[in-house]
Design a protein around this ligand. Structure first.
Ligand code: NAP
Ligand code: MG
Length: 454
């Protein structure tokens, strides 16, 4: 029997479930079953594999409300966000069901024969996900992996495993064999580490902190095991004087306080052009003060609690009260609440400008011109996301090209559309997920030459 771990609702601090924490031995046994299942899954006819994935997507879609409610209880996400997340997972599975029949190689002209490339599934894929967006992030890995003909062992974060476990059941009900898609619950140190080190796992997709990502890449390197890394961020929201200030200010809280700031794409640095600082900040303050931080089950909730008491301590450790410009409000407890908080920081090397806080905290800086805006935005080890607000299309494009980051939006705070690529520059990651080419990350390319002169 595995040990059990208690799962806590971060909005109430109540224990809501007990989940097995797998041992090294149990993890290795699951990997062995996955490797055995690969032999038959890779041979499933493309049309049939596509149909199984479509049935899986439909099953997730028809259980969207149940999954959303489960995520609210496990992760403290607002019900509105949790519905979007369940929907996103269903859409992603559906999208990659369409890749199965499009996963084609090439025929390249050569003398004396025919040259063909085949895309072949790598084998067992290990997917390790964090606690901040359990459903979407898992699906961005497992959906293209299954579509490519790989089998999947998925390790959710130890504290937020419930929706992944339910999604696996929905896959099995839809006809995907249990050992083709299995969820291995337990700790990163034991289950995650075993997955990365086991040579039968041929590829790792890891989403989480840069620190653990570096460790995973190091362990994987010993086996030349490919890794996709989706890591931390410290993204900038750059507001130029010629922007629609009402829209920029009204949406800026969402860009950093959504999911209580526990978002790798959070625009946690707000860069405002000096000439509009006062008029922008007045609007922004009003918007921050009106963010509804409340019971995440309420339809009106815009922000819920942080994930844990420990994480709240970490967030608090960044905030020196003398830097607080203004903040919103939040319930007092039970629950791991923290208010939306806006800081003004004079030292450009202060840790609140350098490190990922992963909470509802934004630091404001000013810039004088376009060059300074780009330089400040790039003054970070990270490069995941960001926004630019301007009514000048040329500037929007110039600044987008100047900022070293994988995803940018102009006059918008969106970061993720599942049919476009997503990933980071610099210490934000390696490789891309989503978009039309994501299945390639789960394939080896085999080149075959056939001599026609024989
Ligand atoms: P984390 O501590 O790095 O953990 C992420 C996952 O890795 C968890 O499942 C964790 O398991 C597991 N893990 C920990 N140590 C491991 C090891 N030695 N070997 C294998 N697996 C291990 O990150 P987190 O605190 O959950 O999530 C927050 C971080 O994720 C932030 O830095 C955020 O920016 C990043 N993130 C990035 C993206 C992106 O797409 N770029 C998206 C979302 C989040 P346990 O939970 O059991 O410890
Ligand atoms: Mg962690």
């Amino acid at each position: 029997m595995s040990d059990l771990r208690e799962i806590i609702n971060p909005a109430t601090e109540e224990v809501i479930a007990e989940v097995p924490a797998l041992s090294v031995k149990e993890t290795e046994a699951a990997i062995a079953r996955s490797a055995a299942a690969f032999a038959s899954w890779r041979k499933v006819a493309p049309g049939q594999r596509a149909a199984l994935l479509r049935a899986f997507a439909a099953n997730v879609m028809s259980h969207k409300e149940e999954l959303a409610l489960l995520e609210v209880r496990n992760s403290g996400h607002t019900i509105g966000n949790a519905r979007w997340e369940a929907n996103n997972a269903a859409d992603v599975i559906n999208y990659y069901s369409g890749s199965v029949e499009r996963l084609s190689g090439r025929q390249i002209p050569v003398a004396g024969g025919i040259d063909i490339t085949f895309k072949e599934p790598v084998g067992v894929v290990g997917i390790i996900v964090p606690w901040n967006f359990p459903m979407p992030i898992a699906s961005w890995g497992f959906a293209p992996a299954l579509a490519a003909g790989c089998t999947v062992v998925l390790k959710p974060a130890e504290i937020t495993p419930l929706t992944a476990m339910r999604i696996a059941e929905l896959a099995h009900e839809a006809g995907i064999p249990e050992d083709v898609f299995s969820v291995l619950t337990g700790s990163g140190r034991i289950v995650g580490e075993t997955m990365v080190a086991d040579p039968r796992v041929k590829k790792i997709v890891f989403t989480g902190s840069t620190e653990v990502g570096i460790h995973i890449q190091t362990v994987a390197a010993a086996q030349i095991k490919p890794v996709t890394l989706e890591l931390g961020g410290k993204s900038a929201n750059v507001v130029f004087a010629d922007a629609d200030l009402d829209k920029a200010a009204a949406t800026a809280p969402y860009s950093v306080f959504d999911n209580a700031g526990q978002d790798c794409c959070a625009r946690s640095r707000l860069l405002v052009q000096e000439s509009i600082y006062d008029s922008f900040m007045e609007r922004f303050e009003e918007a921050v003060r009106s963010v509804r931080v409340e019971d995440p089950l309420l339809e009106s909730a815009e922000m819920g609690p942080l994930i844990s008491a420990g994480h709240r301590k970490t967030v608090e450790s960044f905030v020196d009260e003398s830097m607080v410009l203004f903040r919103g409000s939040c319930p007092s407890g039970p629950g791991y609440w923290y208010p939306p908080t806006v800081l003004e920081v004079s030292d450009p090397n202060h840790r609140v400008l350098k490190e990922e806080i992963f909470g509802p905290v934004v630091a404001v800086q000013t810039f004088s011109d376009e060059d300074e805006a780009i330089a400040l935005a790039n003054d970070s080890d990270y490069g995941l996301s960001g926004s630019i607000w301007t009514s000048n299309l040329g500037r929007g494009i110039r600044v987008s090209r100047g900022i070293e980051t994988g995803n940018l939006s102009v006059n918008s705070h969106s970061s993720v559309r599942y049919w476009t690529p997503f990933g980071g520059y610099k210490r934000s990651g390696l490789g891309r997920e989503l978009g039309p080419d994501a299945t390639d990350a789960f394939c080896e390319i085999k080149n075959v030459f056939i001599n026609t002169d024989i």
